[in-house]
Design a protein around this ligand. Sequence first.
Ligand code: SAM
Length: 281
Amino acid sequence: MHPIVNAEQAAAWNGPEGEHWADQNRQSGDAGDELTSALFAAAAIESTERVLDVGCGTGETTRLAARYARNGRVTGVDLSIPMLDRARELAAGEGATNISFEVGDAQVHPFASASFDVAISRFGLMFFNDPVVAFTNLRRALRPGGRLVFVCPQVPQENDWYTVPIAALQRRLDGAAAAGPVESGMFSLAYPTRLVEVLTAAGFTAVRPSALDALMRFGPDAEVAANFYLGSGPVLALLQQHGDLTREAARETLVEAIGPYQTETGIQIPGRHWLVTANRP
Ligand SMILES: C[S@@+](CC[C@H](N)C(=O)[O-])C[C@H]1O[C@@H](n2cnc3c(N)ncnc32)[C@H](O)[C@@H]1O
């Protein structure tokens, strides 16, 4: 077993949240969403490249990367055993032969040095308890001249997909009990100065965060979206903190809050992100 230092995250992503994500199919299933297209355009993966997908979850981006690196190979790494089980199943279902998955904590995982040309991540790099150590480990895994390309969210107030449902639940709770936002590792790289500082301290050069506005997709209707939110970390934390908020009441509140985001192609909620590129010198 490889070392795990982000024990709380490991417990969350191997517990109810991981099981829930493994079951859900929030993702678009192709590169059609703006965020994923922007990630892959910036990564510019070539056919023979060796790609690392960090915090790959159920492996949607890993499978996409494998199509670009058709004569190369792609490794997905994640803390979550249930999500990787699902990722393996989905990759096998596509008949992909150039993908492998490894259970591990990317912060300390013993990747072979200089063994990847490019590391990518969609929302998988914000959860490290020591980001400089983690990004240093990723830099070491890249060959000299290798690239790091990832997306992460900007501050919560720029992300309706986060604030709208959470604020609705908080309004439903009474006064003092509802005070204070639910903190989440999700926004640990939200400030670009901090982001550049961390990556530079980890030895990356040419660190560039570019603003990326994109609609986030949450399934065909508000019921499905509410179900997704009910199993997500921030909502699970709220439910745990406030025993008086029942799941049913939370579901009702979420459906009402999400309803206005119904479009012809399902629930789409705006978000503001960073698309980050950096080089391993
Ligand atoms: C928000 S999900 C994103 C999953 C996937 N990249 C996607 O776009 O569907 C974050 C993922 O990061 C993983 N993760 C969190 N901390 C990690 C760590 N230290 N090492 C490896 N994976 C981690 C979680 O298990 C989870 O699968």
